[in-house]
Design a protein. Structure first.
Length: 93
């Protein structure tokens, strides 16, 4: 799974019919300290995420395990909206 921030929406009027009705969001990957990485994903939104929210992205074949994406040509799905990340301090690691 990957942490990311929703930065935009992708619109495609011509697509595989199995993707009809799915909201596609552009997500920029994040480090654990919420700083941006130089990588992005387009993910199907299964939880009602919006622009500016920090989300958990499930990728690969696991992305097709949600009720919304089962059996569909999907490689990334937003599976959670993150409220908070608790990590130990550097001294505890």
């Amino acid at each position: 799974m990957v942490i990311g921030k929703v930065i935009g929406t992708l619109w495609a009027t011509r697509k595989d019919e199995k993707l009809n009705g799915m909201k596609l969001l552009v997500v920029r990957h994040l480090n654990l300290d919420y700083s941006y990485k130089d990588s992005y994903a387009v993910a199907v939104d299964s939880v009602g995420a919006g622009i500016g929210e920090v989300v958990l992205i499930t990728t690969g074949s696991s992305a097709r395990q949600s009720q919304l994406t089962q059996g569909k040509p999907v490689d990334a799905v937003i599976s959670a909206i993150i409220d908070k990340i608790d990590l130990p301090s550097e001294a505890d690691i």
